[in-house]
Design a protein around this ligand. Sequence first.
Ligand code: C5P
Length: 308
Amino acid sequence: MHVLAPAKINLHLRVGPPRQDGFHPLLSWMVTVGLFDTLSIERALAASDTLSCDDPALAVDNTNLVLRAVALLRQEIEARGSGAPDAARTVPKDDPVGKVKISLAKRIPTGSGLGGGSSDGARTLVALDRLWSTGLGAERLSALAARLGSDLPFFIEGRSAICAGRGERVVPIAPPAPKAVVLVLPGFHLSTPAVYREFDRQQLGCRSSLEPDAIDWGQWQSLRAEALLQQLVNDLEPAAFALEPQLGKMRTLAERLLGRTVRMSGSGSALFTLYDTLEEATAAIIVLREALRVRMEAVPVAPQYEED
Ligand code: C5P
């Protein structure tokens, strides 16, 4: 089974002051973008689930969201006694669905605010739900996903959604009009908890409503790239730029060279800007290349793709 795990960007991200549980209430318009990790999943006659990755820097032990997703879904199946085991297998009672071997081809940089780890975890849940015929349904899967991290439920639901709560309340909406995004990937990581800590230290919490209906998304959906960019905010930017001043400088330079708004995704370090067409986005990378000298991608917004 080959499964694509797309990256996301937070087009718009408002963040309130911390809640009692330490998490921050959010209001975000999230969309997938055409940059993918690939998961290859097969059944294995082994003592344990295994994960390998073509990026040696990535931990492939039980802390990885892919293996945590496998363990959580297996636990859920065992608790319910559900799941349709492979008929050809002799099924041990204590292991109804067997073990899996997963290899991960990593293209989404980690610690970049593009949700790579969350997407890998969420797509693993969706893939195993199919492989093991659990019949859990999207709502239950989404609840399981939320237990693994705030961004995972979005990747269960799909391509474009308003996310609220700590990220787990997901309301799908149509994608925006702009078809393409330029991603600037500076190559350094930003730690999400560290960015939130700095956000709290600077008391940056947004005081306006963070309910999904606080914004007329229908109107925003119809805006062309330059007009939409002017509406977009990311409340985590000042905190991230305080921790990594280089990133703020890079954003200012990119905005000057392109003559348009450049935003940060999530808690950084990825920056992005939108274009109405992929041709324009590709041309923008040529303008930035010499000055920024970092990895950049021009990719579709909310791509549709086939999986096998
Ligand atoms: O849920 P996730 O594992 O992605 O969160 C990582 C960290 O980011 C949390 O431990 C918390 O410090 C911070 N966070 C937050 N509020 C959110 C989402 C994440 O404070 N809504």
